[in-house]
Ligand binder design. Structure first.
Ligand code: F6P
Length: 359
């Protein structure tokens, strides 16, 4: 049993539906156990700038289903990457975080986010910060857990969009290209594409060529199918572009990630050149995938993760991440989870797509 009386909570990186359900569960699990909870505004920024807010039962009432995060988020990074070694070195923001935690008597932290946010929590451990991570990203690319909060909600958005796009693609005999999120892994593209009946799925896991896509479309035409749906992840890698994703020149976030996007329009232009008797049109789902209400699956996952994070911190288990292994919530070392990031989609789904005739 750890001597924790006050827990801090923060939400960093790209948001997703389900975060608020986790915050709610943390407060509802902590309060009856006699723990105080404070929230850091806008991810690590609040801890750097001493912008902490008390979180009581009243503050988390009515937020279970609501997307976004009541605490706000940011991509604040208190470490900087050494250009030569690639190692992360602390900036003065680390000292500010330590001072804030000491001043506000925050004895343990629960960090909710993707590999960037959880990576900061892990790198703060040698500085004496006791943290438990909760995996949250629509990209579902965090290793060590079957699912991250937010993924199922994004999947629902993509599936609904594909259902809607099918009818108009069919009516107009078009190739509809749907660009979805997924920087390094194709969880949204592949599982969303399978759930929504896509004909072609292009994900970061395997580079693709325009020629292969043309062949797949031609096969459908030959079979009398006069429309096609292509799902392409923002991080998909065309061989024609050196197997690198389409990114906006010069735009890199605080963790060094280039801003991706545009592969859908690039592919449409390439297919147009090929002169197939099908008009390509593009839909970019973009931030729609991160918004809206959380699905029941995400609400339950977030509620389980939030409660477990409090329990792990009470038990003195730090530098760990709550994780779903089959039906069970477990603690995995953050080092182990981070080492496996970004977690690619495995052969069970890649083979399934291939075996049912999806490129
Ligand atoms: O939340 C993860 C993610 O959706 C990535 O797939 C995407 O590349 C990134 O966020 C974009 O987020 P932002 O524009 O907020 O930096």
């Amino acid at each position: 049993m750890a001597d924790v009386k006050r827990i801090g909570v923060l939400t960093g990186g790209g948001d997703s539906p389900g975060i608020n359900a986790a915050i709610r569960a943390i407060v509802r699990r902590a309060k009856p156990a006699g723990l105080d909870v404070v929230g850091s505004r806008d991810g690590w920024w609040g801890a750097v700038e001493d912008d902490l807010v008390p979180l009581g039962l009243g503050d988390v009432a009515g937020i279970l289903h609501i997307g976004g995060t009541i605490l706000g988020t940011s991509r604040t990074n208190p470490f900087q990457k050494n250009a030569d070694t690639g190692a992360w070195t602390p900036t003065s923001k680390v000292d500010q975080i330590l001072e804030t935690l000491k001043r506000r008597q925050v004895e343990a932290l629960i960090a909710i986010g993707g590999d960037d946010t959880l990576g900061v929590a892990h790198r703060l451990a040698p500085h004496g910060v006791r943290a438990v991570g909760i995996p949250q990203t629509i990209d579902n690319d965090i290793a060590g857990t079957d699912y991250a909060i937010g993924f199922h909600s994004a999947l629902a958005v993509v599936t609904d969009a594909l259902d809607r796009l099918h009818t108009t693609a069919h009516a107009h005999h078009r190739v509809l290209i749907v660009e979805v999120m997924g920087r390094d892994a194709g969880w949204i593209a592949i599982l969303g594409g399978l759930a929504g009946g896509a004909d072609v799925i292009l994900a970061p896991e395997e580079p693709f060529s325009v020629g292969e896509v043309e062949e797949a479309l031609q096969r459908r035409l030959d079979a009398g199918r006069r429309f096609s749906i292509i799902v392409v992840a923002e991080g998909a890698r065309p061989v024609e572009l050196g197997s690198r994703p389409v990114a906006t020149e010069g735009r890199v976030d605080a963790f060094g990630h280039p801003q991706l996007g545009g592969v859908g329009y690039w592919l449409a232009a390439e297919l147009e050149k090929a002169g197939l008797p099908l008009t390509p049109r593009v839909t970019v789902l973009s931030y729609l995938q991160r918004g809206g209400v959380a699905t029941p699956t995400d609400r339950l996952l977030a509620t389980r993760f939030g409660a477990a994070a409090v329990e792990f911190s009470q038990d003195g288990q730090y530098d760990v991440m709550v994780a779903l292994h089959g039906p069970t919530v477990v603690a995995v070392p953050l080092a182990e989870a981070l080492a496996g990031c970004p977690k690619p989609v495995g052969p069970e789904f890649l083979d399934l797509a291939r075996n049912i005739g999806v490129r």
